[in-house]
Design a protein around this ligand. Sequence first.
Ligand SMILES: Cc1cc2nc3c(=O)[nH]c(=O)nc-3n(C[C@H](O)[C@H](O)[C@H](O)COP(=O)(O)OP(=O)(O)OC[C@H]3O[C@@H](n4cnc5c(N)ncnc54)[C@H](O)[C@@H]3O)c2cc1C
Length: 463
Amino acid sequence: MQSRFDIAIIGGGAAGTLAALQCLRQAHAPLRIALFETAPRLGEGVAYSTTQPEHLLNVPTGRMSALPDRPDDFLDWFAMRPGHGDTAREALARGFAPRREYAHYLRDRLQQARQASPATLEVVPARIDTLQRDGDGWTLRWTEGQAGAQRVLLAVGNAARPLPARGAGGLARPRLLDAWDYAGIAAIAADAEVCIVGTGLSMVDAVMTLAANGHRGRIHLLSRHALLPLAHSPGHQVDETLQVEALHPLGVRARLHRLRRQVRDAASCGLPWQAVMEALRPHVQSLWRSLPAAEQRRFLRHAVRYWDIHRHRIAPSVQAVIGNLLDRGQLHLHAARLDMAVAGQRCVQLTAHTRGRRTLALDVEHVVNATGVEMRVQAMRNPLLEQLLGDGHARRGAHGIGLASDAQGRLLDAQGHAQDDLRVVGSLRIGEAWESIAVPELRVQAEAVARGWLAGQPRPVES
Ligand SMILES: Cc1cc2nc3c(=O)[nH]c(=O)nc-3n(C[C@H](O)[C@H](O)[C@H](O)COP(=O)(O)OP(=O)(O)OC[C@H]3O[C@@H](n4cnc5c(N)ncnc54)[C@H](O)[C@@H]3O)c2cc1C
């Protein structure tokens, strides 16, 4: 007989673990919850599986709580870790913890919730291939088995983009490395010449590992606009004077114009531009939703790269390492589009073109794909998502990115009907919410999904 669960969560990265935690916390009755994940440890996924100490969170410790109702929870946990006894709490809150700590924290909190909950959580080491409606919910199938569930949550997370170059299909590890292949990057010889394609946060991770290993060889950074992530300001101030409501009726251009003015006014009061971004941050979803589709497209076409470097910021200490490597001439930044990557005898030959149509040819020992997160769902190469789209249980999100869902994360089927028993958390909600990848959003989504499903359950009678 197949197992039948009240709730099945597909994916045990940070988002799925947060959702399991919330279902356990909010259960008042003995529910059966299943979490499907093949990775050996929960909570890691792509971001938190790194073991490298130089990979820091890009959100300050004081803002990484897993629990919306206990904003200092991660700070409290981190302060108890060995070695922090003498660090002032305020300094810890403003600092950036190593990312590897975060999955430990999530697992600790999950374990506590399991002990305190009337619900049970079963972790099933399986990768779900298909999801079909049955009489009473859903049937989940994987290579060796199947199970039923009344409600299903998709928390399948982030997929990497393939290297966008002709010939890349003929390259293999270790010549071509993924920036999320942390062990592969750490094994690069210190004198190797390396090209990192993409100049966002994944590039930063790769450079930090090379720097930590005393890399001496030349490192090329290549992207079309050659824009590097900017740093957080040390004080994390918030510009309280920002009138977010005034931005809602405006289009993209007018909003940017208004924000530039706000930055100038903030500067005259001694506040850095980051303080304006901090004030904007909690409102990004409502600002996105209030843009007409044509304006959202305009943002994606013209503004997204500039948005990304201002929004996804790095720790000042990390920026100092990158700045130092640039100043020393070891990092070479190229504004160019990669066209071709082919294997040579002992190297990879790269051909790129600059905006002025100049050809850039590089021979390197390793090319690192740091082009980041794939947002187009049909390009994610996840068979489960392809099946859901093919069978009409899901449809592509706005602008072809993520899956279409409503503001509660209910997946829209091919006819546009919101399905209460099939929900989604995380970056697949990008088309609907735009800001839907970092922990401050994931914890809210996880809490809301659990509340949506469990709020009506009967509470035990107090004796
Ligand atoms: C390198 C990097 C650094 C980041 N740093 C930060 C940070 O410092 N702070 C912050 O707030 N955010 C950060 N982020 C954002 C980050 O995406 C989220 O914080 C979080 O890790 C996303 O978790 P997730 O569970 O949605 O996705 P993922 O981490 O991608 O996890 C998804 C999981 O689902 C599983 N899965 C997929 N398909 C199936 C299937 N069919 N069946 C079963 N399991 C499946 C996968 O095995 C995987 O474990 C970072 C992101 C990246 C990529």
